[in-house]
Design a protein around this ligand. Structure first.
Ligand code: SAM
Length: 221
């Protein structure tokens, strides 16, 4: 994991270039048909062939579009049938803007599958003092409070805590419908869209998943 200062310097320097790159892609190259599958933030291991993978990191990972997800997404309005992000949105400073723009990009009937650190279960495990649930990434902490902080904020990389009701509130407010929590793990209401994604997901704890996963639709006309 990059040190926070290095990351901030990277975004300061590369941010304007990524902004232009995203705008150029959206204006000149983004496909116009309404059947795109888009993954936001594939990282180092989760590149999915057949999808358009968008990331700021094209140095240690692989992506098709080099863009900063803090900016409007590099896709035309109503062109995406499946959008997927896994452990990415907690890095973004403005979730409302993100979901509003994801909604813009989806075609009517399009679906967003979104996952990130599970704040609901983390809070429960903190209250239950269940140290065994927490993981030692990125830091190993010995106290339950330290483990909780480590999980939620990830050395300052994560900017918010994700709970189901909070995400549902935001998603509803921008127009999403059929908002559903996916549980048990490896579950989707749209296997024809997201089977590729399930193969990449690492969650094994059905009862107390570390990842909160939600699927929601843009209403069909
Ligand atoms: C924790 S990794 C998750 C990788 C993968 N999705 C997974 O589940 O293993 C977060 C990913 O989001 C990307 N990311 C975070 N903030 C971003 C931003 N503002 N713009 C573009 N990509 C960003 C990072 O580069 C990284 O690849």
């Amino acid at each position: 994991m990059l040190r926070r200062g290095v990351k901030e310097a990277f975004y300061r320097v590369a941010g304007p270039v990524m902004k232009v790159n995203g705008l150029l892609y959206r204006g000149l190259r983004a496909p116009r048909n309404g059947d795109l599958k888009v993954q936001l933030g594939p990282g180092q291991r989760n590149y999915m062939p057949g999808w358009i993978n968008v990331d700021a990191n094209k140095f240690t990972g692989k992506c098709d579009v080099w863009a900063d997800l803090r900016n409007p997404l590099p896709f035309r309005t109503g062109t995406v049938s499946a959008m997927y992000s896994h452990h990415v949105i907690e890095h973004l400073p403005d979730l409302l803007a993100h979901f509003r723009d994801a909604y813009r990009c989806l075609r009517p009937g399009g679906v967003y599958r979104v996952g990130g650190p599970n704040g609901d279960v983390a809070i429960r495990k903190f209250v239950d003092q269940d140290e065994s649930w927490f993981i030692d990434y990125p830091d190993a902490r010995s106290s339950i409070g330290g483990k909780f902080e480590n999980f939620i904020f990830c050395r300052g990389e994560h900017l918010t805590i994700l709970t189901y009701s909070y995400l549902e509130e935001i998603m509803k407010s921008v127009g999403f419908v059929s908002i559903r929590r996916c549980a048990p793990v490896k579950e989707t209401n749209y296997p024809h869209l997201f089977n590729d994604c399930l193969a990449k997901e690492w969650e094994t704890d059905d009862a107390f998943p570390h990842t909160l996963l939600i699927e929601a639709e843009k209403p069909a006309i």
